[in-house]
Ligand binder design. Structure first.
Ligand SMILES: [Zn+2]
Length: 538
């Protein structure tokens, strides 16, 4: 037993130390690439109309897909997991031919679709989806009282694990209807505004929801269960909460935190992005997910993350990590969205940074810095944050914590808080409801600051190591030589050195410069809470 434990411990350590970098598979590329048969059209709307049988774990229904052709062409690419059947695909009641390949469905038209014209196809499907990934994709569970509990969370695997769509990140529909038919007596909570329910007369009831904004495929969700409902308002914003009955009292207490978090984010970035759709918190059997306007929650109705002090510095226990994090995604992830999974730090780095803004709004700057510094121990520096483009893979975890620490570093580079608040507010406002890449972020900050921050972004996002500030004390007494050691050619970044409360800004580059200081080697500090860098004293 001991030996086996030891061997598996060593294997686990090796796996952690050297993350496998397998070449992307055919399926990874088919799903990840924005190829010709995706780029030739622009999504306008979906109407997903699905019947869910919780006992048989069976789905059947159709997605009506409206799109505008951007080129003349006879083929488009959609996606549906191999475990699900394609029943038929129709254009104006004419059945279309299709070819399936590793989750992709290539739909062929009898004659060329014309550039600029709008088309609507019906994609009928059915089957029993396969559970996969961290949260299962789609799961058919029972709640603790034995009622059916069906939930989705499929960011990694993609929405095509449970419904047919154009399963990529670059192109979003402008609006969506979601109709979910379920056994009468259960509740479905999906995204958007609740439009009503209709008794279908066969033991099933259809629940209709309307999403009135662009939405990521993976954000589209259903939550079917024996839900209770209570509501609140924040100004004009409807807040709706859906716990299981046994958790109603706990939810009334815990979910009250959402108000203050939304207020904090509105303070920094402007109005909640999905006002017409409202804001919902829905109990789910996994920790949580940022489903647009319908955040799912499974954080035990306790502060911290799964009852732990998430950053280990005593601040996380003051609030609910899932509500603060997933609600932040309404601004970054759902409203401002990355156009390729490679650039997912635009969701996760920014949202993790938003957590610290909430801390700053509530408890002040010192606690925000303490909270952020608690993330340093979670940073691996093994793979770049921005991953290979056009491949269906989740970038490394550094996108969260290193991403947030990088944004805090950028604030220190700007070194003017009023300017920083305007910069990040206007950044959100400029790109809300859009799908962007890292290049758009860099261009924005370069233009608005008048600085060349490209090497700084590249060092933190496209290399593994942190920049190292080298300090050399062996010259004239009272003089210290300094320079940056970094991977990115031309990396230059101001940084503060000296002692706490008496920082001075220096402007190191790759060549040695000299600073005159009264401080000796042991006394001279670098403001590493404000700049996420390593320091080497030579
Ligand atoms: Zn997140």
């Amino acid at each position: 037993m001991f030996a086996r434990v030891l061997v598996s411990a060593i294997l686990a350590w090796c796996a952690a130390a050297q993350p496998a970098q397998q070449p992307p598979t055919h399926a990874d590329i088919l799903r990840g690439e924005y190829g010709r048969y995706r780029a030739n059209n622009d999504l306008l709307s979906y109407h997903l109309d699905v019947r869910v049988d919780p006992d048989k774990k069976f789905l059947s229904g159709k997605n009506t897909i409206r799109f505008r052709m951007l080129q003349d062409d006879t083929r488009i690419q959609l996606d549906l997991h191999d475990a699900l059947q394609v029943n038929r695909i129709l254009l104006d009641a004419v059945e279309l031919k299709y070819t399936r390949d590793s989750g992709a469905v290539f739909v062929d038209f009898p004659e060329a679709l014309r550039k600029g014209r709008v088309y609507e196809i019906e994609f009928h499907y059915s089957g029993t989806p396969v559970e996969s990934g961290r949260f299962g994709g789609i799961t058919f569970r029972k709640d603790p009282s034995g009622h059916p509990w069906v939930n989705t969370a499929c960011e990694g695997q993609g929405a095509s694990v449970w419904w047919p769509n154009k399963d990529q990140w670059r192109d979003e529909v402008e609006n969506m209807r979601i109709s979910v038919s379920i056994p009468t007596g259960l509740v479905d909570v999906s995204n958007g505004k609740f439009m009503g329910k209709t008794d279908l007369g066969d033991g099933y009831t259809r629940w209709d929801w309307l999403v009135q904004y662009p939405i990521n495929n993976y954000d589209v969700s259903l939550n079917i269960g024996n839900y209770e409902h209570f509501a609140d308002k924040l100004g004009d914003l409807n807040l709706d909460f859906y716990p299981l009955p046994e958790d109603l009292e706990k939810a009334k207490k815990q979910f009250a935190q959402a108000r203050g978090m939304i207020e904090a984010y509105q303070h920094y970035f402007g109005e909640y992005p999905f006002l017409k759709d409202g804001y919902k918190l829905i109990e789910a059997p996994y920790s949580g997910m940022e489903h647009q306007s319908a955040v799912t929650y499974g954080n035990h109705f306790a502060n911290g993350y799964l009852e732990r002090d998430w950053t280990g510095v005593g601040i996380s226990p003051r609030f609910d990590f899932i509500i603060i994090h997933e609600s932040g995604h309404e601004w970054f992830g759902n409203s401002v969205t990355a156009a390729d999974r490679s650039d997912m730090w635009i969701h996760e780095g920014w949202t993790t940074y938003l957590e610290s803004l909430y801390v700053e709004y509530m408890y002040g700057h010192d606690d925000a810095i303490k909270y952020l510094s608690g993330y340093k121990s979670k940073v691996a520096n093994r793979q770049p944050i921005v991953a290979q483009r056009g491949v269906n893979r989740t970038p490394p975890q550094d996108q969260y914590f290193k991403g947030a620490l990088f944004l805090n570093t950028l604030r220190s580079v700007v070194d003017n808080d009023q300017r920083w608040w305007t910069l990040i507010h206007d950044f959100y406002q400029q790109f809300k409801y859009q799908n962007i890449m890292t290049e758009d972020v860099v261009t924005y900050f370069n233009q608005k600051t008048g600085m060349n921050l490209t090497p700084v972004f590249d060092q933190y996002l496209r290399h593994t190591a942190l920049p190292v500030l080298e300090l050399k004390f062996d010259g004239q007494p009272g003089d210290v030589a300094y320079r940056w050691k970094a991977d990115e050619p031309g990396f230059e970044m101001p940084v503060k050195v000296g002692s706490k409360d008496h920082w001075q800004v220096i402007h190191p580059s790759a060549g040695w410069k000299t600073l005159h200081t009264e401080l000796v080697k042991e006394q001279l500090e670098v403001a590493t809470d404000l700049y996420f860098v390593n320091v080497s004293k030579l």
